[in-house]
Design a protein around this ligand. Structure first.
Ligand code: DX5
Ligand code: ZN
Length: 226
């Protein structure tokens, strides 16, 4: 297992004081996960590229991990690229043009990920794996924070890690939805490299300490497992 990245989802922060939420993480986070929802692909609306732009301005060095839960993401790629996203993930279910979108992102110098909802099999991504920087496995139905982790999605991690090894690829595997300190170890042991955490982190009294605790738990188990 390589380094595990922690990506707090700002959707879990108080929407009228997101910067305060981010500041409460101290320097413990690796990426900032930005959930973009259009009220169409998912039954909720969050924010658009202006949020990414504002984050980029205030957190110059942050790695902005943008998760597009929008129909036909190709319509809006330029906006999010221009706003300063480092990595953009879009849903396999949201466009028939997976390869074209990935190609567009790479030509713009942005890392590309594809996300799948819980009901989409990992096999749907198989032809695209050689082109991806990241696969985002949703472990709740996209649209809302604070839902319970769906255990059956873990099998996809095993499949993806197996393919990654046999094909000699190096895409990262990110898990998003219902992740907390109780299930983090099981998820990273199954091959996940990036843990998205929204409510677990931001509902805690001390978000920075919570992330530290998750990291040391994962690390400890890693050392024992060697
Ligand atoms: C759900 C979003 C997630 C969400 C995770 O549609 O993609 O990133 O913010 O929140 P928690 O960790 O609370 O499940
Ligand atoms: Zn997300």
């Amino acid at each position: 297992m390589g380094k595990v990245f922690i990506a707090p989802s700002i959707l879990g922060a108080n929407p009228i004081s997101i910067a305060q939420g981010i500041d409460s993480l101290g320097s413990e986070y690796d990426w900032l996960h930005v959930d973009v929802m259009d009220g169409c692909f998912v039954p909720n609306i969050s924010y658009g590229s202006s949020m990414v732009k504002a984050l980029r301005k205030q957190y110059r060095e942050a790695f902005l991990d943008v998760h597009l839960m929008i129909e036909k993401p190709e319509r809006m790629l330029e906006d999010f690229i221009g706003a300063g996203a480092n990595l953009i993930s879009f849903h396999a279910e949201s466009t028939p043009h997976l390869h074209r979108v990935v190609q567009f992102l790479h030509e713009a110098g942005v890392k590309a990920g594809i996300s799948i909802t819980p009901s989409t099999p990992a096999d749907a991504l198989r032809p695209m794996l050689p082109f991806l920087d990241l696969v985002l496995v949703m472990s709740v139905n996209p649209g809302f924070g604070g839902q319970e982790f769906l255990e059956f999605t873990i099998d996809k991690l095993h499949k993806l890690t197996c393919w990654r090894e046999s094909l000699g690829l190096n895409f990262l595997i990110e898990v998003d939805g219902g992740v907390n300190i109780q299930n983090a170890k099981k998820i990273t042991d199954s091959g996940c490299d990036v843990l998205v955490m929204g409510s677990a982190v931001f509902n805690n009294d001390n978000p920075a300490r919570y992330i530290r605790d998750v990291k040391s738990l994962i690390q400890q188990e890693h050392e024992w497992g060697q």
